[in-house]
Design a protein around this ligand. Structure first.
Ligand code: C2E
Ligand code: CA
Ligand code: CA
Length: 741
């Protein structure tokens, strides 16, 4: 049981016997003779007023009723005993009425209500008789001052007992201090009791003097006051209710706002963290390579800048930059597929990362190019021995998809020093050194200034090359191609030379690679094709043997993949009027093998224009015999290296035999390149090689010299064997025998 229940019980235990005592006192004091019609009327009126003419004051649980005035009237007119009984009946009736209206009030509360009312009236009646032993005398004499005193004492004692007991009860229930409850809720009712007393005074006067007018005026006045007040109270209640509703709506709205705000804040936090995350991702993406997760070039450059800055500030900072490029990566990528290519790159990245220390850095620049920064070097040899180890480690086989793949790296090394103005310059120098390691077949090369000069020269050539096309600085040299059976001129190979305004004649090996990397090879080849075709058309009628002359033009691998190539060929054919079958396009083996399937389609399209196709430098590149028979080609050109090896009668010499046998099997004609000796010439004749070119017959010559040669009909007759001017080509048995091997 709760503590307040205990207090209520105690209160009940004290009040009930006291109230019962008061009731007993009242009951024993009332003789039946005293219960006259006036008493009954007053009782009924009091009960009626208490039940029906009561107004609850807004916000407080105080009821305004005239019944207190009527009870005071009862005290004055009929004495305390009757008044106590009326009070008991009135409160009991009011309780019943409240219960009827469905107001849930506990029995204990009812008991306390009745007890309080009883005791209050008892106390008021006793107080009056205590001060004025016979109040009826005062009334009879009409002593106004004494009457006012009586009314005051009565009203006040009713108020005090009532309010104190109610406040005690309320403070128990609400667990608030008594004083606060009494001053806050009960003390205001003093006016109510005093005005009740005044009304009772008027009424008693009216009754005493039998003054109906006064009585009616009091009742009427009270009625008007009551109605006006009820109206006012109702208005106040409505306003209060409205205010409450508005407050509730505001509270709900405020709550809604709070929710919205919370949601907004949460959203803001979420988007903030998403933003932070994406910012981090962006930062990571901006500084890392997606495939390997290694730092990228930007990150590498930033780190280099810091190192450069340190070395400028004379802080201890000996570092080296290594530039790595994988060999054969493009071939692996194209032949084994991009997914193997990607995995190879990832494996290389892993090996690289595994070999450097924490303070060093490995980055992927692009494709198959990587960079390494080695920090805090004690000596320069540290970098070279690292490069050596790295090259050996990267050359170990990679197992990808169950197959072994080989690659290796070429490494350029540049040592960092404070003289470098920019980080990019160190990378550039390491890159230049890397190119040197490629050219010189070294695993690694350390950069020196001479390389830089060469690189600058190359850059200059690149610039000059652009103008060379506009200024028509290219000159074609023509190397005769000879029919080996009768040493007759059958055509030429056009070989380009660059008449550089300052440097003189630049050999093709020096500028063709540059023109390929810059894309200039395409307009250049179109120019070459045009003038070579025109030239041979002009020479046709001067053929020494009377047979038509053919022209072979070299086609770069870079140009071969170009979508406009076929159209360009057609234009050249129509512009120069050459019979397409006399134009032979030379393509290296690697150019067609790099992407064999597409190459087949491309070759077919070229063949449709009517021109012939030769495979140049046959035997030196990456070759696949399984593809060779599917290529729509006409000729194989045996590389000079094999022809020169024939001299020594070694294993290499055998290759020529095999190539010729293979060509025969594929019904291809063979051109031997680089014939320099009569011995080679005879050997090739015996093997059944159809055509040959080489210094034995002629070096590549400018137009004017070729024209002199055209007039010389018997030019190469002297190198034919005297006994056999018309040699029967080598027996088929040999060829077939070699092919079978
Ligand atoms: P290539 O197509 O294999 O040309 C044959 C090269 O061998 C020519 O070198 C020629 O001068 C040289 N040669 C011919 N017979 C002999 C010989 O008996 N002994 C020796 N030692 N060399 C001989 P060149 O003219 O310096 O051309 C080199 C390469 O440059 C060519 O090799 C070809 O790949 C490329 N090239 C030349 N002209 C052109 C061109 O117009 N377009 C393209 N794309 N490449 C060209
Ligand atoms: Ca060639
Ligand atoms: Ca060649």
């Amino acid at each position: 049981m709760q503590r307040k229940d205990t207090y209520v019980n105690i209160m009940l235990a004290v009040l009930t016997p006291l109230a019962l005592g008061a009731v007993w006192w009242a009951a024993s004091g009332i003789g039946s003779a005293r219960i006259e019609s006036g008493v009954i009327t007053l009782t009924v009126l009091t009960v009626f007023c208490s039940c029906y003419l009561r107004i609850q004051l807004p916000r407080v649980s105080i009821y305004l009723t005239i019944s207190d005035a009527l009870i005071m009237l009862a005290i004055l007119m009929y004495g305390g005993e009757i008044a106590v009984m009326i009070a008991v009946i009135e409160t009991a009736a009011a309780s019943v009425n409240l219960m009827r209206q469905g107001v849930a009030i506990r029995v204990k509360t009812h008991l306390i209500n009745v007890s309080v009312a009883t005791l209050a009236v008892f106390a008021a009646a006793k107080a009056v008789t205590l001060i004025f032993p016979s109040p009826e005398l005062i009334l009879q004499r009409g002593e106004l001052t004494s009457l006012i005193w009586i009314l005051g004492v009565m009203g006040l004692s009713l108020f005090l007992v009532n309010s104190i007991l109610v406040a005690i009860y309320s403070s128990i229930k609400s667990e608030r201090p008594f004083w606060r409850v009494w001053t806050g809720n009960c003390s205001d009712s003093v006016m109510m009791y005093l005005s009740g007393a005044v009304i009772a005074g008027f009424l008693v006067k009216a009754v005493d003097q039998n003054n109906l007018t006064l009585f009616a005026a009091v009742i009427g006045g009270f009625g008007i006051v009551y109605l006006t007040f009820r109206h006012f109270v109702e208005d106040v209640k409505k306003t209060v209710e409205k205010a409450k509703q508005a407050e509730r709506a505001r509270a709900e709205q405020a709550e809604g706002h709070v929710h919205e705000l919370e949601h907004y804040v949460a959203e803001l936090e979420r988007s903030g963290s998403a933003l932070r995350e994406s910012h981090e991702n962006f930062r990571h993406a901006a500084y890392h390579d997606a495939l390997t997760g290694l730092p990228n070039r930007n990150f590498f450059i930033d780190t280099l800048r810091e190192l450069l800055q340190k070395s400028r500030e004379n802080l201890e900072s000996n570092f080296a930059v290594l530039f790595l490029d994988l060999n054969r990566f493009k071939t692996i990528n194209d032949s084994l597929g991009h997914s193997i290519g990607d995995r190879l790159i990832k494996n290389v990245a892993k090996r690289l990362s595994g070999m450097v220390r924490d303070e060093d850095m490995v980055a992927r620049f692009s494709g198959d190019k990587f960079g390494v920064i080695l920090c805090d070097l004690l000596s320069k040899e540290e970098a070279t021995s690292f490069a050596d180890r790295l090259a050996r480690r990267l050359a170990e086989p990679y197992t990808l998809d169950g197959r072994q793949v080989f690659t290796s790296a070429k490494i350029g090394i540049a040592y960092g020093n404070s003289k470098y103005p920019e980080a990019e310059d160190i990378i550039r120098d390491a890159d230049i050194a890397m190119y040197h390691s490629k050219d010189h077949e070294e695993n690694y090369v350390i950069f020196d200034q001479k390389m830089h000069i060469r690189a600058v020269t190359r850059l200059q050539l690149e610039t000059d090359l652009r103008f060379a096309i506009e200024r028509n600085e290219f000159e074609l040299y023509y190397q005769p191609i000879v029919g080996l059976d009768d040493s007759s001129l059958v055509g030429f190979e056009a070989l380009v030379r660059w008449n550089h305004p300052q440097r003189g004649l630049v050999p093709p090996n020096e500028f063709i690679p540059i023109s390929e990397s810059t894309g200039l090879i395409i307009p250049m080849t179109v120019q070459i094709l045009n003038s070579a075709c025109k030239q041979v058309v002009a020479w046709q009628h001067r053929s020494p043997s009377g047979k038509p002359l053919s022209i072979a033009v070299n086609l770069s691998g870079k140009h071969f993949g170009h979508p406009a190539l076929v159209e360009q060929i057609k234009t050249v054919l129509s512009e120069t009027g050459i019979d397409p079958s006399y134009l032979k396009l030379e393509l290296t083996e690697s150019a067609v093998m790099e992407n064999a399937e597409t190459a087949i389609l491309m070759l077919k399209q070229i063949k449709e224009t009517g021109v012939q196709i030769s495979i140049d430098d046959f035997g030196t590149g990456y070759s696949s015999l399984s593809y060779l028979h599917r290529f729509p080609i006409d000729l194989l050109k045996v590389d000079r290296s094999f022809v020169s090896a024939m001299e020594e009668n070694t294993e290499n010499g055998e290759i020529v035999r095999t190539v010729i046998a293979l060509a025969k099997a594929l019904k291809l004609k063979v051109v031997a390149e680089g014939i320099e000796s009569v011995h080679q010439f005879h050997q090739l004749r015996i093997l059944g090689c159809e055509y040959g070119q080489g210094y034995l017959f002629s070096k590549p010559l400018p137009v004017a010299e070729i024209e002199r040669l055209l007039d010389d009909n018997t030019r190469w007759q002297n190198i034919l064997p005297a006994s056999n001017a018309t040699v029967v080509p080598q027996s088929r048995e040999v060829s077939q025998l070699r092919l079978a091997q």
